[in-house]
Design a binder for this molecule. Structure first.
Ligand code: FES
Length: 255
């Protein structure tokens, strides 16, 4: 093995599966990878979207995808693998047609996120980072999605499912398993994980404006402020801290 190839010294550590050499990358994909590289002044800046494009055609970060990115960007496969294995959005094993995430960070946990994750695992018969045998659904425990006002949240192909309950999760999974049409609670129609990955790569599908830009839960504070006539202070009204006085007072405290 040359010094430019990626080698894991930890067996079963979740490294990229180099034994699975299957790929759908063709000349069209190579053209699109080159298009992405050309969008940036420094072409290696395109690596993140390029890896999303690899996932959109191969369903994972494939060895062929790593080689393709390295060839286009003129960097080593070790450099590509180092990035691909750092971020959790890059999958080292094939994801399902739909990728389901359940948030179990603090606020979602308080609101039942762990119960949801248990329910989803039991219903699908798979654990975290696994895919159902029919390839329809893969599952991931997610860190905070910055949607805490909608807790507990799940995601399907990175689209939000807000205010989830075990019953709603059951209904959602049944629809996904039966290939029925599903919409995010914010309106957008759910496509597939691979199609979503293509959008993340920078090839829009025209669906970005489906659904509202802000949900009810995010607007509660604004509505209360409007009802009560509260206004944010202007820049002139905001108290200005004097750098000198701050230093003086902190100096006082340390004496
Ligand atoms: S804790 Fe789940 S979205 Fe923030």
């Amino acid at each position: 093995m040359s010094g430019h190839e990626f080698q894991s010294h930890f067996e079963n550590s979740g490294s990229i599966d180099m034994d699975d050499t299957s790929t759908n990358i063709d000349e069209t994909t190579m053209d699109e990878l080159r298009q992405l590289a050309a969008r940036y002044p420094q072409k290696r800046s395109a690596l993140l979207p390029m890896l999303h494009l690899v996932q959109s055609v191969d369903g994972r970060v494939s060895p062929a995808g790593i080689q393709a990115c390295a060839d286009v960007l003129e960097i080593s496969t070790a450099q590509v693998s180092g990035v691909a294995t750092f971020y959790t959005m890059y999958k080292r094993r094939p994801a399902g047609k739909h990728h389901v995430g359940v948030c179990t960070t603090a606020l979602c946990a308080v609101m039942g996120g762990d119960i949801l994750l248990d329910r989803v695992q039991a219903k699908l018969g798979i654990g975290e980072n696994e895919t159902t045998p029919d390839g329809k659904i893969s599952l991931e425990r997610l860190e905070c999605n910055a949607a805490c006002d909608f807790a507990p949240v799940m995601m399907v192909n990175w689209e939000f499912m807000d205010h989830m309950t075990p019953a709603k999760a059951d209904e959602l999974l049944d629809k996904l398993l039966n290939d029925e049409e599903v919409h995010s609670t914010r309106g957008a129609r759910i496509t597939s994980w691979r199609e979503a990955e293509r959008v993340l790569a920078g090839f829009p599908d025209g669906l970005a404006d489906e659904g509202p830009t802000a949900g009810d839960s995010s607007l509660v504070g604004l509505r209360i402020a409007q009802q009560r006539g509260w206004k944010a202070p202007t820049a002139e009204q905001a108290p200005v801290e004097q750098a000198g006085s701050e230093q003086a007072s902190s100096g006082e405290e340390t004496k």
